[in-house]
Design a protein around this ligand. Structure first.
Ligand SMILES: *Cc1c(COP(=O)(O)O)cnc(C)c1O
Length: 354
């Protein structure tokens, strides 16, 4: 630790799920999409790689922003390029959000949630308050009234998968006019209701989304935020003080192509929802309880969760186990292809039958 600053010494970094390089593994531990990216994405990447990589990319990813704006603009809702911020994965977007808006103030988030939030608080010295979920593992809106600090939560929440109805998010926005409310919508495309439609009405709302889950581009690292102009300018100021070119040309073109292929996006998202419902029903037949999920993963309640996690791993099936109070009798299982889910169920039967 020689030469390390006090900040570095005190950091408690995020621990991501394992990435193993074995091909025969059934990988259900990091909520990746089992489908390949859209064929249009692959085609556009090939074209780009054959032409110009020698120049710097557009620092603001404007064409990608335009494609996002186009994807979300409807007859009744308009979003502009100026309301969008792009980053190298939504984790980087979140890091900039914490620095730009949360630093120096109190922050509230659920006691069971995305474990990167407390890590960023450690990095920026932010004082945070974990807010308990209720006994059904839901975010309890009464705990988010008239707070004296900013708020962040994923919707649907991770690792529970439980979503929050839009009217409750709107109530939280109304009850916190002077606090920023950040809704991390990493899993919104699997059945939840996005709060995006509220950004023109509430200047204290920022939505964060990613291409990693519903768009099969975790390896490309593309995330974005949407909200009032003022918030986007704040984020851009931080980004331009850190790295002007967070997205390379390949990522920008891939993201744009993905936004343009709406059919493929809808097809693959629907398949995952179908596979999720199938898996939940199979577990239910076996009297195994699952929290209601609107995500591409399920949170499954089992006795001896750690031992089942290990036994599945021996059988080359990776799921996620959190050795943490309140959730140490749960496994988080990402939704893969139908075939992968069948393998999972078969192995659970064998393990339970032992
Ligand atoms: C996966 C995830 C992210 C990060 O996504 P990237 O864009 O891959 O960095 C952010 N928030 C939540 C809640 C996630 O689960």
């Amino acid at each position: 630790m020689k030469f390390w600053s006090d900040t570095t010494k005190k950091l408690k970094p995020y621990i991501p799920g394992e990435q193993l390089n074995e091909t025969e593994i059934v990988k259900l531990n990091t909520n990746e999409n089992p489908f390949s990216p859209s064929p249009l994405v692959i085609q556009e990447i090939k074209k780009l790689v054959e032409t110009d990589l020698k120049k710097y990319p557009d620092p603001q990813s404007n064409e990608l922003k335009d494609s996002i704006a186009k994807f979300y603009t409807t007859d009744s809702f308009k979003i502009d390029n100026k309301n969008i911020f792009i980053g190298n994965g939504s984790d980087e977007v979140l890091a900039h959000v914490f620095m730009a808006f949360f630093s120096g103030k109190k922050l509230y988030f659920p006691n069971i949630t995305y474990s990167f939030y407390p890590v960023y608080c450690g990095l920026y010295g932010i004082d945070y308050n974990p807010v308990p979920l209720n006994e059904k593992f839901e975010i309890e809106k009464n705990n988010y009234e008239n707070l004296d600090g900013n708020i962040i939560f994923p919707n649907p929440n991770a690792p529970t998968g439980i979503d929050m109805p839009l009217d409750i998010i709107e109530e939280i926005l109304i009850k916190n006019p002077d606090n920023l409310v950040v809704v991390d919508e990493a899993y919104i495309d699997f059945g939840g209701q996005s709060a995006l439609g509220l950004i023109n009405k509430y200047k204290n709302l920022l939505i964060v989304q990613t291409f990693s889950k519903s768009r099969s581009l975790a390896g490309m690292r593309i995330g974005f935020a949407m909200g009032d102009n003022n918030l986007i300018e704040g984020l851009t100021r931080v980004k331009d003080s850190f790295n002007s070119y967070p997205l390379d040309k390949v990522a920008q073109i891939a993201g744009k192509a993905s936004m343009e292929d709406k059919k493929y996006f809808e097809y693959t998202s629907n398949k995952i929802i179908e596979n999720r419902e199938w898996t939940i029903s199979q577990l239910k037949i076996r009297k195994i309880e699952t929290l209601p999920s609107m995500a591409n993963f399920i949170f499954v309640k089992v006795d001896k969760a750690e031992s089942i996690y290990k036994k599945l791993k021996e059988r080359k099936i990776l799921v996620r186990y959190f050795n943490q109070p309140l959730i140490n009798n749960f496994l988080r299982i990402s939704i893969g292809t139908k075939k992968e889910m069948e393998i999972l169920i078969k192995n659970i039967d064998e393990i339970m039958g032992e």
